[in-house]
Design a protein around this ligand. Structure first.
Ligand code: SF4
Length: 737
């Protein structure tokens, strides 16, 4: 059963508990530097900071992310000496990361089956040797997680391209790739078009497939303020989530003192999993049928494809819409009427829309809805995809992509005097396939936890284990280190809150949030160990070992990161006066063409894109399962075993089910079930030992945590055109054990 609200004393207590468990004193002091103009950026999600920051700009998740980084626990040589890697493979994800901060570089010794210390120079030499030994540069994979700063990511892509490949799978492939592809085709840019100020002016905010209470908690403050001034907030989520119902801002003394809950959603709709496209199409059908006044001047001047799209919508029957969405017609009409009566509308979304076979079509339907009343490119309105990792958007901006644009490559070549590869590289799903077939042999991971973040766990594990070399740049021990290649290295790096000292002194890095604000982040804590290096310094170290310094002065770039930013400015549009602009508190906004109503699309207009309504035909007894995070979780990092808002304590192997489904299946909350999935490749995959939990979720739908249920997602089950794994739509059956 979900709680009635997020935040409040529960959030405060949970934050305190977590800080006490790890390293209270350091975390408490450091917290007040997080998300501050001269401080460091929260390593958590990518929600933007307000222009005027208060003393405490953090949420419960931010506290957890920081205490996780400032923990006193250490994964040192003693840890590795006492445990073989085979033994560590049996540990839970929580136990692995709970060993604490990695203290020095480690290399895997297959004779002892243990990780052992190695010098940085020797580690770099091994990587260079293995890369040079490959027959073809496309046999190497350079994965990036969204924590990587602009500076590190830019150097990393330079290294990969100088080496000769565009194989840059990244965490974006696993989450918002459908947004990038969908918005790119529709409005010419794969990024959100709103700024934080727009939330203060919107009349209605639609929240599709997103759970901000757990995944982007500070967004609730914005929604709370909007709701208080009468803005309508319409949430579409199969599960009832506490943060979408109500909120007590833990930093509001009055609300906390009175325990006063602010309602968040004015309207809450629970479509079937995978039913959002049908729900939005139903709203649009109603707008057409009822003759609501659209923004005809905007459509005429700025859009293409309207007539064709209108004809498509008219051809879809209400019967199909109701069957696919799972919502009553009255609710769809109600949501459409709010849209019709609102001058300024924002649409937000997250993985609930992107991780479906029709993920790209979902995004394009949201854009179609916004275009009907000119809700892109004006104040108080726009598209707001909310990113889950602090710099996942910035990494793409500075070149982490498997399909780089020609202009970018030309500029890169001019600046660094080399010939960049033109062949498109591999996304995350394709990278796993390539490793599995023996076509990719060296995997380098810049942060993240590839083995736990990806679908089809068994296949992914085998793929990684078949590599000649796996390398991971990390702060903590994780699953990807113990599921390793024939040779394996762990390279420990400093965290966001820690001082990054280079030859010219203390360095700042830069990041880009979900709303394209680029700003500096400067750590102030002593690093967890004197043997750590920064991510940019690690990339430079590998590059020097690989290429020498003839073409690129790697040491000079690392001596002062302003030099890296000068190179970014020279190569990527929008970064003029980069070093100067990041001196301004809050940083600067990167030019967003769609916000300015410049449409860089195939028709030079904003495009209404006509996608067929998908038909989901499940057999009797099959369920639609979506994977999700618990509240004690950040991406693949498990901070604890509770999910406070959903009423779960000290366990993770649960499956949330509708009460009637439980009765029909003859299940109680004390049973244990096997979950078997039916992937499109015909292979049946199972996980077992999951406890059924009654929850407010539509019939024939279910939810469970990842990474525990990642093994159920077939590698071939991904979104059309974006290849985002279908982690939100897994067809399963349950079997009582
Ligand atoms: S909302 Fe996101 S960025 Fe902000 S403190 Fe919380 S986790 Fe960090």
């Amino acid at each position: 059963m979900s709680k009635e609200y997020a935040g409040g004393w529960g959030a405060l207590k949970s934050s305190m508990k977590f800080m006490q468990r790890e390293a209270f004193a350091k975390s408490a002091k450091t917290l007040f530097k997080m998300n501050q103009p001269k401080g460091f950026d929260c390593p958590g999600c990518a929600w933007p900071d307000p222009k005027e920051t208060s003393m405490s700009e953090f949420c419960e998740n931010g506290v957890k992310a920081l205490t996780y980084e400032t923990t006193k626990k250490r994964a040192s040589s003693a840890t590795f000496m006492n445990h073989t890697v085979t033994e560590m493979q049996s540990w839970s994800d929580f136990k692995l990361e709970d060993q604490g901060r990695l203290t020095e570089p480690f290399v895997y010794n297959d004779l002892s089956d243990k990780y052992e210390p190695i010098s940085w120079d020797d580690a770099f030499a091994i990587i260079a040797k293995e890369l040079k030994a490959l027959d073809n540069p496309d046999e190497a994979l350079f994965y990036t997680s969204g924590r990587t700063s602009n500076e590190a990511a830019f150097l990393y892509q330079l290294m990969g391209r100088m080496y000769g490949t565009n194989n840059f799978p990244d965490c974006s492939n696993l989450c918002h790739e459908s947004t990038g592809v969908g918005m790119g085709e529709s409005v010419g840019i794969g990024k959100g078009t709103v700024l934080l100020d727009d939330f203060e002016k919107a009349d209605a905010i639609y929240v599709f497939g997103q759970n901000p209470g757990t995944n982007h908690p500070r967004m609730l403050a914005e929604l709370q303020t909007a709701a208080k001034r009468g803005c309508k907030i319409l949430s579409f989520n199969p599960l009832v989530e506490a943060g979408l119902k109500g909120f007590i801002h833990p930093q509001d003394p009055v609300g906390m003192g009175l325990n006063k809950v602010s309602p968040i959603s004015s309207h809450y709709y629970q479509p079937l999993i995978g039913g959002d496209l049908a729900a939005i199409r139903g709203m649009i059908k109603h707008l057409f049928e009822s003759g609501v006044k659209l923004d005809e001047a905007f459509i005429e001047e700025h859009c293409s494809g309207f007539d064709e799209y209108k004809a498509l919508v008219e051809s879809v029957s209400w019967e199909e819409i109701l069957r696919e969405s799972g919502l009553p017609k009255a609710q769809i009409i109600e949501a459409a009427e709010v849209y019709a009566n609102s001058d300024r509308v924002i649409a937000c979304w997250a993985m609930g829309l992107t991780q479906h076979r029709h993920g790209v079509a979902n995004i394009q339907e949201v854009i179609n809805l916004l275009l009907l009343k000119g809700n892109i490119g004006r104040e108080g309105a726009g598209a707001c995809p909310v990113r889950g990792h602090s710099n996942v958007q910035g990494d793409r901006t500075v070149g982490i992509t498997e399909f780089p644009k020609e202009d970018f490559l030309v500029k890169l070549e001019q600046e660094f005097d080399f010939t960049a590869p033109r062949k498109h590289g591999l996304s995350a799903v394709h990278a796993i396939e390539a490793m599995e077939k023996g076509e990719a042999k060296v995997f380098v991971g810049m942060g993240g936890n590839f083995a736990s973040a990806t679908p089809d766990t068994e296949k992914t594990f085998k793929a990684m284990q078949s590599c000649e070399l796996t390398v991971h740049v990390s702060t903590h021990l994780n699953r990807s280190h113990v599921i390793h290649g024939k040779k394996a290295l762990i390279l420990p790096c400093i965290g966001r809150s820690e001082k990054d000292l280079q030859a010219s002194g203390l360095q700042s890095v830069t990041v880009e949030d979900s709303m394209s604000m680029v700003h500096a982040s400067t750590g102030s804590n002593e690093p967890a160990s004197t043997s750590l290096k920064s991510e940019p310094a690690i990339v430079a170290g590998i590059s020097k070992a690989l290429f020498g310094s003839e073409k690129v002065d790697w040491d000079g770039l690392i001596a002062n990161y302003a030099n890296i930013r000068n190179k970014i400015e020279a190569v990527i549009p929008g970064f003029d006066q980069y070093n100067k602009k990041i001196q301004v508190p809050g940083g600067f906004h990167l030019r967003n063409s769609a916000r300015l109503r410049e449409w860089k699309t195939a028709t030079d207009k904003a495009r209404f894109i006509s996608n067929e309504l998908p038909a989901h035909n499940l057999e009797e007894g099959q369920l639609r399962l979506m994977t999700m995070r618990s509240h004690d979780q950040y991406n693949t990092t498990i901070y604890g075993m509770d999910d406070r808002y959903r009423g779960i304590k000290n366990e993770r192997k649960v499956i949330f089910l509708n009460e009637t489904d439980m009765k029909n299946f003859g299940l109680t909350e004390s049973d244990s079930v096997r979950i078997t999935s039916y992937a499109s490749d015909g292979v049946q995959r199972s996980v077992e030992g999951f406890r059924p939990v009654k929850y407010d979720i539509p019939q024939n739908c279910a939810g469970a945590y990842f990474p525990e249920t990642n093994p159920l997602v077939g590698l071939s089950d991904h979104a059309k055109r974006s290849f985002t794994p279908m982690s939100k739509f897994i067809v399963v059956r349950l079997e009582k054990l």
